[in-house]
Design a protein around this ligand. Sequence first.
Ligand code: NAP
Ligand code: MN
Length: 267
Amino acid sequence: MTHKFIIHSNNTPSSKATEETLREKLRLAGIELAKSLDENPELIICIGGDGAFLEAVHNYDFPSIPFIGINTGHLGFFQEIAPDELDKFIENYLSNKYSIQRMTAVRALVEHDHTIDEFTALNEIIVRSSGNHSIHLDISIGGGLIERFSGDGVLISSPAGSTAYNYSLGGSIVDPRLELLQVTPIAPMNTTAYRSFTSSILLPPNLSLGINPDVVNSKGRLLVTHDSYGKEYDNVDNIEVMLSEQKVDLLRFDNYDFWTKVKSKFL
Ligand code: NAP
Ligand code: MN
């Protein structure tokens, strides 16, 4: 059986050079290249950094085939191999020497103006004020009101997104073998006027988070982002955020260990 891959690259000079070398090596190995998912490729090779990887995930709309990342970017937390490891990658792939890391996405349902927008993110959903005003959000868990949050907003992270923006906000790094939703406050206000949780909240996979914006007392618009994409709203009735049914599969090789990766990238 012939193998068929698809390549997604962010087109920086080093990504372009890596892509050229890779194409030649794949050709010599007898591996075909597809131009779209319609040609039924078995693997998506993503050349770039984490940003390029997220872009590929959204471009291909959370596909069922796995990804492998070649890091030519800055951090490359999702990316598994370096540009000088192409031969080893092809050899390991063809001899089935790899494992699959399955990542669960987060999903948001935004109810507004008698319709519902649905967003899926691999890293995080953020509900925040679009300008320089605080916002007030009634937060409920499993249907019951928990707090009235006041501040910049809240970030809801998947396990995979825990090392991204969530971490910069003081959220916790989550081992990807755990299935949970992390809710991290963004600049929560704690004064005699307002009270908000200041730490992250962790929820089990079957619970969803409800966000009811107080439009009367919040000035300006509401911004809802999913990974690097965002949409602004004037009227939002309710937002529900939960773990998604959508998964993203990443190829990892024998020496992959999440905590070794964390150490090498963060410390
Ligand atoms: P970006 O501004 O280039 O990304 C910021 C940094 O986050 C980059 O170094 C990126 O790695 C890294 N990153 C992305 N996903 C990660 C993950 N799951 N674990 C660890 N690091 C990760 O924008 P981008 O490349 O388009 O990525 C969008 C993401 O950036 C958003 O989903 C959000 O999580 C993150 N972000 C972070 C901050 C912050 O930390 N203050 C602010 C805005 C957005 P590469 O260098 O390899 O691309
Ligand atoms: Mn980036």
